[in-house]
Every structure is written in C-alpha cells, then in structure tokens.
Design a binder for this molecule. Structure first.
Ligand code: MSP
Length: 671
C-alpha cells in the first residue's frame, strides 16, 4: 500500500473563509479521496495559522486572550470544511503544544549547528503590515500594503543562513524538475534564484510581537510566523507518522510559492529533511472580473454557495471551471450555466430516463441480464476504459478539469448511446433481450461515473450508487459488475435544473450593484497597449471590458490620422508601473497569445495574457523589464484571466516592448 501525504496551507485564523480558501481545500480533498479509493494509505493535513500581531490585536479588541480568540475563530474553518465534506485526517493548529515543541526543537538544532547568527537589521518597518519593506518596495514612501507611514528601525535579530543553500536549491530543482508545478511556477522560482539569495530573518523582538513561539535560546524573541507556519507540515506527522515524509503534494496559491520553495526547502536542507516531492501552486480567483477583497465587499461566501447549490455542485464547479494552475474568474452566471449544462442536463439525463421510466415500466425495476455485446456496445466499453484511465492520471496529477472533461465524455456518450439504441423501439418490438442489454450498459456507465465522482462529489456519488443498491464505489470500467435482479430506484433528482440564480444570491448581486459607483465613461485608449481581443464576459450583465485590440498590420504605411485630444485627467486614469516578466508560456488555446507572469511589485506576480506570440518566444521574454497598465479591468482571453496590459510599439506584430530599463525595480510607478 503506497503512502500518500497531501497538505493545504494552514489558513490565517483571523480571516473569514472565502471561496479562495475553499478552492485549495477542495482540491486537496479530491486528490486525498481519490488516493484512498485507489487503496493508498492517505494522510490529508489542513489547519490554521494562529500566531502573529494581527491575531493579538483582534483578540485585544474583543477583550479576549489571543488563545481564546483563536480557539473561537479557527472553528470557522472547521465548520466550513464540514459543510464542504472535507475529509482531512488531521487538523493542525500552530498553537498546539506539540507543534510549538517541534518548532522549538528545530530552532535549537539550527542554533547548535551554527546555522543561525545574530545581527543588526535595519529597514523600513510598517506597523500596520507588521513587516519590513525594502526602499524600492515603498509606494510614495509609504507601506505598499496598507498605505500607512513606515519608520526606519534598526534592531538585533536572528538570521538563518539561507544564502548557503542557493546552489543546492538549484541543483535539487534541476534534478527533480517536477518538484515545483506547474512548469511556469518552477520558472518563477528559478527566476527568483537568479539573484543572490540573502539570509532569512527568523526572529521578531517580543517587545514588538509577543504572540509567537519563543526562541528557545533567546527568550527576548519569538520566531517569524513563516518559520513557525511552514514547520506544520512536519510537526503534524511527528511522533509516529514520520514515514509519510516527504509529502507528495503541498497544494497552495501562487502568492505563497516562494515561502514554500525557497524558504521551506532551505529550512529542510538545514535540518536534514528531504524536500516535499511536489509543491503545486494554483492560480487566484477573481469575482465577476474584480479582485476579491474584504474592502470591496465582493468576497464569495462559500456557505451561501453551499446553501444555494449544495456542496457537491460547488466542488464540481471549482474544479471543472478553470485549469488548476491558472487564474480564473468566479461569476454566478457562469456557475448557473455550468450547473445546468453538466449536472442538471448531462448527468441528470443519463440516469433519469433509464432509472425513472424505462426500467420500472418495462423491466420490473431491477438490473437486467446482459446479452451479447454489439460493436456499438464494445465501442462504449472501450471509451469507458479510456476515460477512466484519463481520469486517474489527471486527478493524480491534480489536473481536475481534464479529469472531469474526460468523465463527461462518457456521460455524453451514454446519453448518445440511449438515443441511437432507441430502447423505446426495442420495447415496442418486444425485443426484451436487447432492451435488457442496452439498459444494463447504461446502468454500468452510471455506476462507473458515480464511483469516479466519489472524490469530487462525495454526497451525490453515494446517492447515485444507492439508486443501484450499491453502498461502495466500484471503479472497474467493464460492463459486467452489477448483479442482475438487484432493485434499482429513481429516487430524487440529483441536481434539479435551476431557471435563475437562486434568490439569496440574486439579492446580494442587486445590493452590490446599488452600492457600486456609477460606471465611469470609457477612458480613451492609452497609446498602443498590447492585448488581444478579449472573450466576451460570461456574465451578460458584466460591463464590456475596455481592452484595446492590436491594430491590424496596415497594407501600406499611411499617414496617421490626427489623434483626438484628451484631457490631462483622462490620461491620469491610466496607472502604469514597471514590471518584470518572471515566466512566460504559450496560451493552451490560442497561437497568438502568450501567458505571462509579471512581477509588478505586488505580493504575487500578475497573470497577463498578451497577443505578442508572433514576435516573441516565451523563452526570450523571461527576465525582461516592461511597462504595464495595472488598473485595467481583468479580461478573460480564451479562458484565461488577464490582469493588465503591456505597452509596446509597432504595428500588428508589436515587436518592441516598452521598458523603463532594468535598473528600475518592478512596481515603480510610471508617470
Ligand atoms: N497562513 C498562510 C499560509 C501558511 S502555510 C504554511 C496563508 N494563509 S491564507 O489564509 O492567507 O491563504 C491560504 C490560501 O488561500 C493560500 O493558498 C492562498 O493562495 C489561498 N487564497 C486566498 N485568496 C485566494 C483567491 N482569491 N483565489 C484562490 N486562492 C486564494 O497564506
């Protein structure tokens, strides 16, 4: 029995869980359930990150101790995971005594090995963001996160000699290229490692940050939250389950990739552990085209989604809608369309006609005997084998969308099979033997689909199997598994068709629209921004996205028409910043497009989809410094979200990318 260890990040206990948190956890749950179904010994870990000044401040406001506050708030995650049927094996909290003891033991070991040293640290400190910033990271001299003033602080701190591990990190990634996935994220990390790696400050003075794990060798200090947090993946299996290490998958969002690769791998090298086998960074969800944020009030509450559609439809949508790794947009309209098309129609049809009508009316409501198989039957069986293999490979590689696409090929083929075999005609002719074979084959497809869905839609899978009087999934792709004579029942429809967005959600959308400022008149276009024609937004009521289309190459150079003049304020609306391309790859569905990850000085790189493939190869772009319009509304380009535009000069093939030069740090404002 193979061991399989999968983790989610541990979530900040202060945050209210939203659809982004649900996404990571549903993905991890799906692969955990799948590996259990395949017979593996699975350890699925999730939990909460409970130290830090923000937790302390929130607790103080409520008149609670930070521990009491964390005890209460961490339950929000437990409650949501229960509603989403998350089957974690262990829930770790960084305030667990065992975890704290483990972290202290690691720190002591590093200290005794001479891997830590004390030194003065100086920098711009932001009290609101609780962190230091480099000079070139400040925005107008203020904290780029909170916009609050920063102060210059010099203080003694403890440092981990992370710089010593740069070569080893590079050698490890070269030897195990798939340890960081998808590929573009690996390139991002390699880009990061092109610069000399510094040492890592792993302490905070207690005077400034008291809610943390004390350094065992210097009680005036607590450890840096990320040193504490990353260690959870080991502390959770300490004391009996060490054999699960190295973890098979750390699943996380792209914003915390550097912590989970550069920092974490170095910490592991230093303490004598192997790095995890795979770190997989997924993309980010925007909401109706906008960044999800508490201040915008557009955070998608997973509880509301579960109330409105049920947990399994939510799980299905999250995994089916966007490729795991890319960014995606959450739109309620898109949810409705996906729900009705795939779940209510395709899946609903497959079972309903046979289970509710044909079997009870014509064959006594039991599993029929199968007779000889025709060519059409055998083709269907071949398809079943192919798609189930594809499902296995794809879920095991976290390619959930592809896995579900494959399974739905079988669902649709099953529906087509009923249409072409015309059981109603067989019944009319009195050909009961062939009728039995046809319906039996459909029931076997139902069983195969239901069994595979056990990892994505666990509750509906149970209901689907119960209709065949089965209590356990049976993954075998052959048409000979059901026992003739077993009663079948139609039961309730699995995913009733929805004619409109459920009322509770429609009310919220209406309220948000009322609260939103009136749409601004379209700004005139900035000179030659590069972005291809966007796909129309899925939501019909979303405003058209004002993205410029690259001009077609003129047949002969013509004198440019006099440009319409704009006011200073018009130009002022366009926010430009310098960016550095950290990775680039071809768009999976469009030859002209490249998908870039661009560092524009924010927490995580932005994904920008640009129509520059005719003039640039992805390899030639990595490391290039460019200029980006950073306040474009996100647009979907052939299924991938683009959050910004590049500036470039030229005609249709837009060869020359604008740059402010390599000396200017990414994120610098261009005026
Ligand atoms: N506490 C740290 C993780 C420490 S792990 C050793 C943390 N917590 S978090 O609560 O802020 O985020 C947890 C996860 O949620 C991250 O993987 C993050 O990428 C993900 N998401 C947060 N917002 C998201 C979206 N809008 N979309 C998709 N995932 C997002 O970071």
């Amino acid at each position: 029995m193979a061991r399989f260890y999968v983790t989610t990040p541990i979530y900040y206990v202060n945050d209210v869980p939203h659809v982004g948190h649900a996404y990571t956890t549903v993905a991890a749950d799906t692969v955990a359930r799948w590996r259990r179904l395949r017979g593996d010994d699975v350890m699925f870990l999730t939990g909460t990150d409970e130290h830090g000044q923000k937790v302390l401040r929130a607790a103080e406001k409520l008149g609670l101790t930070p521990q009491a506050h964390a005890d209460a708030t961490h339950l929000r995650y437990r409650a949501l995971w229960e509603r989403l049927t998350i089957s974690y094996d262990r829930f770790i909290r960084t305030t667990d005594a065992r975890h704290q003891a483990f972290v202290q033991a690691q720190l002591q070991k590093l200290y005794e090995d001479g891997q830590l040293y004390a030194s003065d640290y100086s920098g711009w400190y932001s009290t609101s963001a609780e962190r230091f910033w480099a000079e070139d990271e400040l925005l107008d001299g203020k904290c780029p996160d909170s916009g609050q003033p920063v102060e210059w602080i010099t203080e003694k701190n403890w440092f981990f000699k992370m710089s010593a591990y740069q070569e080893r990190l590079l050698a490890h990634i070269a030897a195990f290229p798939d340890c960081i996935q998808p590929e573009l994220r690996r390139n991002e990390v390699l880009g990061y490692l092109k610069k000399p790696l510094g040492d890592l400050c792993i302490s905070r003075p207690k005077a400034r940050l008291s809610w943390g794990i004390p350094l065992p060798f210097d009680p005036e200090y607590v450890t840096y939250v990320w040193f504490d947090a990353l260690s959870n993946y080991l502390s959770a299996i300490d004391g009996g389950d060490e054999a699960f290490w190295p973890a098979d998958y750390h699943i996380l969002g792209k914003d915390i990739l550097t912590f989970h690769t550069v920092y974490w791998f170095s910490m592991l090298f230093a303490t004598g552990y192997a790095p995890p086998k795979h770190v997989y960074a997924h993309g980010w969800w925007t909401v109706e085209g906008t960044k999800m944020s508490k201040s915008l009030g557009n955070v998608v509450d997973p509880h509301l989604l579960v109330d409105s559609y049920g947990a399994d439809a939510v799980r299905y949508f999250l995994l089916r809608e966007i490729p795991f790794g890319g960014d995606g947009d959450f739109s309620h309209q898109a949810f409705l369309v996906r729900y009705n098309a795939d779940l209510a129609n395709d899946l609903g049809n497959l079972g309903h006609r046979v289970l509710a009508t044909m079997l009870p009316r014509w064959l006594g409501g039991v599993v029929p005997e199968a007779g000889p198989q025709t060519e059409n039957d055998l083709a269907l069986a071949t398809l079943a084998r192919r798609v189930t293999e594809a499902f296995d490979t794809n879920v095991s590689a976290l390619q959930f969308r592809q896995a579900l696409e494959a399974l739905w090929e079988l669902v649709r083929a099953g529906n087509k099979y009923v249409d072409t075999e015309e059981p109603w005609a067989l019944n009319k002719r009195g050909d009961t033997a062939r009728l039995g074979t046809v319906l039996r084959n459909v029931l076997e497809i139902w069983r195969i689909v239901a069994s595979h869905l056990a990892c994505v839609c666990p509750q509906k899978s149970i209901e689907m199997l119960a209709k065949l009087s089965l209590t356990e999934p049976d993954l075998a792709p052959t048409f000979d598994r059901l026992v003739p004579g077993t009663p079948v029942a139609a039961g309730d429809p699995l995913f009733p068709r929805l004619d409109a967005i459920p009322a509770a959600i429609a009310d919220l959308i209406a309220a948000a629209k009322l609260a939103a400022p009136a749409p601004e008149p379209k700004a005139r276009r900035a000179p030659k921004p590069i972005s291809p024609t966007p796909e129309p937004p899925v939501s019909t009521d979303a405003p058209a996205t004002p993205v410029a289309t690259p001009a077609a190459a003129p047949a002969a150079p013509a004198a440019p028409a006099a440009p319409a003049l704009i006011e200073y304020d018009d130009f002022g609306k366009v926010q430009l910043r310098t960016g550095r391309i950290v990775s680039a790859e071809r768009h999976p569905n469009a030859d002209k497009l490249l998908v870039l990850q661009v560092d524009v000085g924010e927490q995580a790189p932005r994904q920008i989809v640009a129509g520059i493939a005719a003039a640039h190869t992805p390899e030639s772009l990595v490391g290039k410094d460019i200029v980006v319009v950073v306040n474009m509304k996100p647009a979907k380009l052939r299924g991938l979200v683009s959050q910004g535009m590049l500036l470039a000069a030229g005609g249709g093939d837009v060869a020359a990318l604008l740059t402010a030069g390599a000396d200017i740090a990414p994120g610098t404002v261009v005026k």
